[in-house]
Write a protein that binds this ligand. Structure first.
Ligand code: NAD
Length: 349
């Protein structure tokens, strides 16, 4: 078979290294493009057979129409999340496959790293001791054991987080729109309504996808219900939190800590070096002024194991498509899963 050409957007040096290594056994002709994919950059894919895209690439109707016209019928996402894809359009035009699981451990462990750093002020202690300041004033933390963690979304990542937090001796309250009672019994956790989870949790951590129901799940009304001094962790997607409401909660001390690996306007800044420039995003700038807020730049997935798995599954998805095998990781335009079942009204469940 002639070497198929893959246009790879938002390419970083670490992507090139790992994909070149994994591609040795597949033999695709990968062209790496540093810019992100959007309606302005989509033309770079002309003459290619496939596109490979990441979390901040925009696969909207214009981009998908363009690919279709250019004969590009497959997009392989290097991510689990797919909120950046106009799925209905994709369903009619091009196949979109994703990497449903690559290492829930990577994201779960980073989630817990944020919790522990914030609780024990490790991010502040690092700077203090480097300045020969060995005072521990202001660094009082709390025992995780015996506290309650509210976990929103008990999929692969949520369950891995729960496993770690159970190891600390924490009580778990979980919320999921599809609660799994068998799992809850096995894991020794309780499902609760969102409202109860908000009221009773000392730490709230978000592991559900971003969709219409979860858009700004954490807003002023939700924050009002939370315990004073609650810790909020988001390694899911930025828009799960209304950032301005979060800032209001931080200013009134209702929120005691926030650990954010994602941010609703992250596509402007995350993954790039702006250290020589002025910050123009006033909301992000304000967030970064709080010493009880820890922001990381969408790096929760970033372990050697995870990016190797991402590259393996992405190349395998492309190979399935080009060899006419079932595209097992294709996204259903309704629910995001390939082999979803539908109820009588055609809704996925
Ligand atoms: P998953 O599909 O295994 O689990 C998601 C869970 O959320 C499922 O149990 C689902 O039933 C539940 N859910 C769906 N809609 C919900 C709603 N409205 N309210 C509550 N729960 C709901 O996914 P996963 O692999 O555990 O990943 C979870 C999310 O983490 C992804 O959607 C993605 O946005 C994010 N993620 C972030 C990173 C990162 O680097 N920060 C990496 C991977 C994934």
């Amino acid at each position: 078979m002639e070497k198929k050409k893959v246009a790879f957007f938002d390419a970083k040096p670490y992507d090139m290294e790992i994909f070149d290594k994994v591609n040795r056994k597949y033999g695709y002709d990968i062209k790496y493009f540093p810019p992100r994919l959007n309606a302005l950059t989509a033309y770079m894919a002309k003459g290619h057979d496939a596109v490979c895209a990441f979390v901040n690439d925009k696969l909207d109707a214009d981009v998908l129409d363009y690919f279709y016209r250019e004969g590009i019928k497959i997009v392989a996402l290097r991510s689990a999340g797919y909120n950046n894809v106009d799925l209905k359009k994709a369903y009619l035009k091009v196949h979109v496959a994703r990497v449903p699981a690559y290492s829930p451990n990577a994201v779960a462990e980073h989630t817990v790293a944020l919790m522990l750093s914030l609780n024990r002020k490790v991010h502040r202690a690092y700077y203090r001791t480097r300045d020969n300041n060995f005072s521990i004033n202001g660094f009082l933390g709390f025992d995780m054991a015996g506290r309650t963690a509210g976990v929103v979304g008990t999929g692969k990542i949520g369950r891995t987080v729960i496993g770690i937090l159970k190891g600390f001796g924490m009580n778990i309250l979980a919320y999921d729109s599809f609660p799994d009672k068998k799992y809850a019994k096995q894991a020794g956790i309780k499902y609760a309504g969102l409202e109860n989870l908000f009221r009773e949790s000392d730490i709230i951590t978000l592991h559900c996808p971003l969709n219409k129901e979860t858009d700004h799940l954490i807003n002023d009304a939700a924050i009002k219900k939370m315990k004073k001094g609650v810790m909020i962790i988001n390694t899911g997607r930025g828009r799960l939190i209304d950032t301005r409401a979060l800032i209001r909660g931080l200013k009134t001390n209702r929120i005691g800590y926030a650990g954010l690996d994602v941010y609703e306007e992250e596509d402007k800044y995350f993954f790039e070096d702006f250290s020589g420039q002025i910050m123009n995003d006033d909301t992000l700038a304000r967030l970064l002024t709080f010493n009880n807020v820890l922001v990381t730049s969408h790096q929760a997935f970033f372990t050697g194991e995870a990016i190797t798995n991402i590259a393996e599954t992405t190349m395998c998805n492309l190979d399935d498509y080009f060899h006419g095998r079932p595209l097992k990781n294709e996204i259903c335009y309704q629910c995001g899963e390939k082999n979803c079942r539908k109820d009588k009204r055609g809704r996925c469940f």
